[in-house]
Design a protein. Sequence first.
Length: 278
Amino acid sequence: AKRSGGNAAQFFEQSMNQSAFERLVLENELREAVRDDQLVVFYQPKVRMEDGVVEGAEALVRWNHPTAGLLSPGAFIAAAEESGLIVEIGDWVMRAACRQAADWARNGLAVPMAVNVSAMQFERESFADSVLEILAETGLDPRLLEIELTESIAMKDPERVIEQVQPLRDRGVSFAIDDFGTGHSSLSYLTRMPFDVFKIDQSFVRGVAEDHHARIVVETILAMAKALKLKTVAEGVETAEQLEILRAEGATLAQGYLFSRPTPADEFEAFARNGNSR
Ligand code: C2E
Ligand code: CA
Ligand code: CA
Ligand code: CA
């Protein structure tokens, strides 16, 4: 089952074009990966628009594959979802990210930690309890945890979403809607939902400088956020021009390669401490 000398790109291509057998091999390898500590969490900073000070981190999982090298979620999240392994992986990432954030907070770097949660993980009956258990176990202040749900998860069943979100929100955990703008949430729906942050989808951020349509979507999201008193994160910011427009339009935080790629914990820490001392 082991590939020799493969690289991540090759592996990715294989995983995009899989036979049932290859899918099974990938699933088994993924199971091993969880068991043998091959997963790692990278962190990407979110910075304040005005001065670049780091005000948050997003935890993004990577797979340190024994032969293929470092793999991005695109190469394995689909298989993880299909096999149900995403629940175990998600819990593992939540625990690792909370432990890291608690450790940083104890050492004078209290940055809110954002963790992505998949539909299968969120829809479990025990979701809120499992998060509370991880918070207790790691000692992380719940106010330093932010959970990112995609707009499609957040819109599926309003009653159920509120049930899952409220117990955590009562303790101070915040909730962000990821990839915002790609779904069809109405303003009236959003006024009733317990969310704290909109993350403007990269596709609109990418187009904001050239594309009239993207610009209008961004302006509309920012106006909605303002009316609802929510924070906004522009993700996928790659150019100074995009940043300038988003800043002028009043977005709260920026995240993207312009500042930093997702990196191992020590690199994030160095970046955040430098930013903070400015
Ligand atoms: P996402 O949550 O929308 O995360 C943002 C993605 O955009 C990340 O890709 C990040 O590396 C990338 N990105 C950030 N800044 C830029 C930029 O300036 N330019 C470009 N082109 N890309 C940028 P990544 O790490 O490959 O993750 C892809 C997706 O995998 C994530 O999208 C998220 O949906 C999923 N994912 C990652 N980690 C987890 C996890 O622990 N659990 C779950 N359920 N999903 C995860
Ligand atoms: Ca995210
Ligand atoms: Ca996103
Ligand atoms: Ca996305």
